[in-house]
Design a protein around this ligand. Structure first.
Ligand SMILES: Cc1cc2nc3c(=O)[nH]c(=O)nc-3n(C[C@H](O)[C@H](O)[C@H](O)COP(=O)(O)OP(=O)(O)OC[C@H]3O[C@@H](n4cnc5c(N)ncnc54)[C@H](O)[C@@H]3O)c2cc1C
Length: 336
């Protein structure tokens, strides 16, 4: 008899887990997902956040964030994100770890049960009434010979993670936007010399960053230039650069190549369930609703003008509020 009972317990737990229907599942624990979590949990919505790595997202990759309001002296990226996680968990956000591989919706009758959506990680399937897609983006690659082979052996996409390995060495930074310039400035605390290689004849970065980078003695520039190859056998030894205007090629010798040439959205796992725009960013309306009812998207994974922590947080809040209204309508109740 006791044997039967001990065997029955884990099965029941598994069954409970599978049968449970969350009100909201958030995919991704960066600034957008954690903010959505804060809003949903304060509204006492039964919410689960699923994260494939560590909560914090891309913001933990940068040493200092100077443009998030409320921190006049700036705040370290990891510190800001740890605070956001603490705040969300403090309001009761449950976090599960795993990579979402698929999202499915049930087609069928117009009742509550048929509004249920499925979120799959490994062999586990979670059920929910709403989904908030906050899976962000990751660094674009240069897609040139040598890049993949020398990744981790001189090729890097994260200055905060790798800068100390390049103490007193010569590096290049590829890109001309805010991230490239911020990270180049940070790298000069470690390296002897940095060359910024940019495909245009001027930077896209914010003016205050331009002022800093142009007055930094350790930084020089290769304008109108494209990296066509990363050179080296065991480690990076240089880059082959082509001038777009003259067509001339030259080698810049260096030990490190830091690449900041934009992002690609983490939207592949949606497998055409949701309408995507150019470069596979998710399309939404003003309330963050995607092409599927009850599925919202926020942050860097969305098609939009400005990809920053502050915009990700704002959209996370809007998506959460819109999801809350949808859940209330579906259940015919108000949480307020
Ligand atoms: C080097 C660097 C410096 C930056 N500096 C600044 C700055 O100074 N100021 C500023 O405002 N912004 C800065 N940014 C941009 C800022 O970090 C992003 O705009 C912001 O993090 C976007 O937040 P997000 O929540 O939309 O996505 P992300 O931060 O990308 O978070 C998405 C999360 O989703 C998870 N995820 C992805 N796919 C899945 C999946 N299938 N299943 C489960 N989890 C998944 C990821 O692991 C990640 O944790 C910087 C970015 C970088 C890379």
């Amino acid at each position: 008899m006791s044997e039967v009972l001990t065997q029955a317990k884990p099965n029941d737990k598994e069954k409970d887990k599978e049968e449970k229907i969350y009100d909201a599942i958030i995919i991704g624990g960066g600034p957008a997902g954690l903010t959505a979590g804060i809003y949903l949990c304060r509204a006492r919505i039964n919410t689960l956040l699923i994260e494939k790595a560590l909560p914090g997202g891309q913001a933990i990759l940068t040493e200092i964030i100077e443009n998030y309001p409320g921190f006049p002296l700036g705040i370290a990226g990891p510190e800001l994100m740890q605070k956001m996680e603490e705040q969300a968990v403090g309001f009761g956000l449950k976090i599960e770890y795993g990579e979402v591989a698929e999202v499915k919706i049930k087609e069928g009758r117009e009742d509550k049960e048929d509004k249920v959506k499925m979120v799959k990680i490994n062999n586990q399937e979670y059920r929910t009434l709403t989904i908030i897609l906050a899976s962000g983006a990751e660094a674009s690659k240069l897609e040139v010979p040598g890049e993949e082979e020398l990744r981790g052996r001189g090729v890097s996409y994260c200055a905060t993670c790798d800068a100390p390995f390049f103490k007193d060495q010569k590096i290049v930074v590829v890109g001309g936007g805010d991230t490239a310039i911020e990270e180049a400035l940070y790298l000069t605390k470690f390296v002897r010399e940095a060359t910024i290689i940019h495909r245009r004849d001027r930077l896209r970065a914010t003016k205050i960053l331009q002022e800093r980078v142009f007055s930094n003695k350790k930084i020089n520039f290769a304008w109108d230039s494209l990296v066509t190859k990363i050179l080296g056998k065991e480690k990076v030894e240089g880059v082959l650069v082509q001038n777009k205007k003259t067509g001339k090629e030259k080698v810049i010798s260096c030990q490190g190549v830091f690449v900041f040439v934009g992002n690609i959205p983490n939207s592949k796992f949606l497998n055409k369930l949701i309408k995507l725009g150019k470069k596979d960013y998710i399309l939404t309306d003003d309330n963050m609703m995607t092409s599927q009812e009850g599925i919202y998207a926020c942050g860097d994974v969305r098609k939009k003008l400005l990809r920053q922590v502050v915009t990700a947080c704002g959209e996370g809040a809007t998506a959460a509020f819109a999801a809350q209204k949808y859940i209330e309508e579906l259940k015919g109740v108000s949480y307020k």
